[in-house]
Design a binder for this molecule. Structure first.
Ligand SMILES: O=C(NCCCCCn1ccc2cnccc21)c1cc(-c2ccc(F)cc2)cc(O)c1O
Ligand SMILES: [Mg+2]
Length: 215
C-alpha cells in the first residue's frame, strides 16, 4: 500500500538532512511541505516565533502536546541547554514511530522523551512518572478541543506554576475559541497573540502566549 505522509516526510529528512544537524532537518521538512505536500507542522514562520519564546523562557522542562513528525520537538530541543528536556506526547502510534526517527536523525534524542497516549490519561501521571515538579513551558498543538480541558487539568495537577508559559498553536486556524476566551479573560493569565499564518499558506493563524500569574 501507499506510504503515509509522515513516512514521506521522514524520507525527505533522510534524503536531504545531515545526521546530527537539527537545522538541516527543519529545513528539509519545511522544503518538502512547502514544495511537495502540505503537512500540519508548526512551520517556519510560526516556528520562528516558537524559537523566540523558547529562547526567552530558556526552560528546563518543556511539555509538548502533539508531536506529529517531531518538527516542533526538534525546533524546541535544539535550543535547550544541557540538562533541559522536552517531554512530548503523541496519541497516534504511527506518527510517534516516525517522530522517533526524525528526532534521532537530528541527534537530539538525549533531550527528548516521547510518550504515546492521550493527554487526559497521561497528565495526571506526569509528576510521578517523570519526577517533574512543574513545567516551565507547555506547547499546545494537539486536538484543538483539548486545549482548554487539558490546561485546567494541568492546573489541577499542579504542573502549571507562577511563571509557567503556555504557547498554543492554531488559535485561529483551525481555532480554539473556548481556550482563547479562557486565557484572555482569566485574571490568572497574561496573554499575548502573535499574529502569523497557517503553516506554508497565506491563511491567518497565530500563536497565543499565556503566562500563569499564580493563584
Ligand atoms: O489538528 C491539528 N493538530 C492535532 C493533530 C492530532 C493530535 C492528536 N494528539 C496528539 C497528542 C495528543 C494527546 N492527547 C490527545 C490527542 C493528541 C492541526 C490541524 C491543522 C490544520 C488542518 C487542516 C486545515 F485545513 C487547517 C489546519 C493545522 C495544525 O497546525 C494542527 O496542529
Ligand atoms: Mg498545529
Amino acid at each position: 500500500t501507499r506510504t503515509s505522509r509522515p513516512q514521506r516526510i521522514l524520507k525527505a529528512v533522510q534524503r536531504k538532512a545531515t545526521v546530527g544537524d537539527p537545522q538541516s532537518v527543519i529545513t528539509a521538512i519545511d522544503h518538502f511541505c512547502r514544495h511537495r505536500e502540505w503537512a500540519m507542522n508548526v512551520g517556519d514562520e510560526k516556528g520562528s516565533i516558537l524559537d523566540s519564546v523558547v529562547s526567552e523562557v530558556s526552560p528546563v522542562t518543556v511539555l509538548e502536546l502533539g508531536t506529529y513528525c517531531g518538527y516542533s520537538t526538534v525546533r524546541i530541543a535544539r535550543l535547550l541547554p544541557p540538562g533541559a528536556c522536552v517531554i512530548t506526547l503523541e496519541f497516534n502510534p504511527d506518527y510517534a514511530a516516525i517522530a522517533r526517527q526524525v528526532i534521532k536523525w537530528s541527534g537530539l534524542e538525549d533531550k527528548v522523551q516521547l510518550v504515546e497516549g492521550a493527554s487526559g490519561d497521561w497528565i495526571p501521571w506526569m509528576k510521578e512518572h517523570f519526577g517533574v515538579q512543574a513545567f516551565d513551558l507547555v506547547f499546545l498543538d494537539h486536538w484543538k478541543e483539548r486545549y482548554l480541558p487539558d490546561t485546567k487539568l494541568l492546573e489541577e495537577c499542579g504542573l502549571i506554576q507562577k511563571g509557567t508559559v503556555l504557547l498554543a498553536d492554531n488559535v485561529i486556524c483551525p481555532g480554539t475559541p473556548d481556550y482563547l476566551e479562557y486565557v484572555r479573560n482569566s485574571p490568572r493569565y497574561n496573554s499575548h497573540y502573535y499574529r502569523s499564518h497557517l503553516e506554508y499558506t497565506k491563511a491567518e493563524d497565530g500563536l497565543e502566549k499565556s503566562v500563569f500569574l499564580g493563584y
